[in-house]
Write a new protein. Structure first.
Length: 289
């Protein structure tokens, strides 16, 4: 399996799992909260944080933005979407904060203008969300901007035929697929983790896991099944206002999932069956023949 480097960090078989803390919109439009989440991710041992970037009036129709929706930002869906969207000032601070804490950052860009906006910060990888997997124009634009930098593509809500087409559009060079179930939160029965080795075999590219379930055991299981990248949403408090907090990991959950991933990596070994040194005394003591 090909090794891909994200900001100089090797990703693929034989390398530690690359862990992305998905901040997304869990900053609730507050740059101070975003800073705290970046600091949490760094303290937990994550390699990167991820945000979401949209040009609101391109991604959503005027009809959708006008729909009634109560939020801290007002009484329409549009006021909510604009309230959650960071601009130049906030992303400059995100870039500064991540450099200070020596953690990489990237963003899921939902439209071409957002790709161009994020590109000014020279991010080391690009992310395409499951919702955008069938958007050929965005896929091509992202590939053109990415040049030799990796693209991570989530595969939620998608058939194999749709994934086949997206892989054809993007090409396999510097491509990482993320198995995803796009329900929030996802139930254990919906996760279908065996898709991870199936995607590895079908496409021959590194495959990771973007999880939206509650809990951490299944994320560690994804690593056991071959996920070389893990992405989980994070929050300071799962009871906070907002659509994604309930499907996120709080501080203790994030710390534990990073720890459990490392435990699984240690336990997997190299697959060569042998007698280890600490077994020898027991072998001599317990075997009759």
């Amino acid at each position: 399996m090909t090794t891909i480097k994200i900001g100089g960090i090797p990703v693929g078989d034989g390398h530690p799992c690359f862990i992305i803390a998905e901040i997304g919109i869990n900053h609730n439009g507050d740059i101070e909260l975003a800073r705290k989440l970046i600091e949490l991710a760094e303290a937990a041992g994550c390699q990167a944080v991820k945000f979401q970037k949209r040009t609101v009036d391109v991604v959503y129709t005027a009809e959708e933005l006008a729909k009634p929706r109560e939020s801290p930002f007002g009484d329409t869906n549009g006021k909510l979407k604009y309230g959650l969207e960071f601009g130049q000032k906030e992303y400059a601070e995100i870039d500064r904060c991540c450099k200070e804490h020596e953690i990489l950052w990237l963003a899921s860009c939902w439209d071409e203008a957002s790709v161009d906006f994020i590109d000014q910060f020279d991010v080391r990888a690009y992310k395409i969300a499951s919702a955008s997997l069938t958007d050929d124009g965005l896929l091509k634009h992202t590939r053109a901007r990415a040049k030799n930098r990796p693209i991570l593509l989530s595969t939620g809500m998608s058939t194999l035929a749709q994934v086949d087409h997206a892989v054809e559009v993007l090409g396999k060079d510097n491509l990482i697929l993320l198995h995803t179930t796009s329900t929030y939160p996802a139930t254990h029965e919906e996760l279908n983790l065996r898709s991870i080795p199936a995607l590895r075999q079908r496409y021959g590219v590194p495959v990771g896991y973007s999880g939206h379930e509650t809990g951490i055991v299944t994320t560690a299981a994804a690593v056991a099944l071959g996920a070389c990248v893990v992405e989980r949403h994070i929050t300071m408090d799962r009871a906070m206002w907002g659509s994604d907090h309930a499907a996120s990991l709080g501080p203790s959950g994030l710390m534990k999932v990073v720890q459990y991933i490392h435990y699984v990596e240690q336990a997997l070994g190299d697959g060569v069956k042998r007698v280890i040194d600490r077994e020898v005394p027991n072998m001599k003591k317990l075997r009759r023949k």
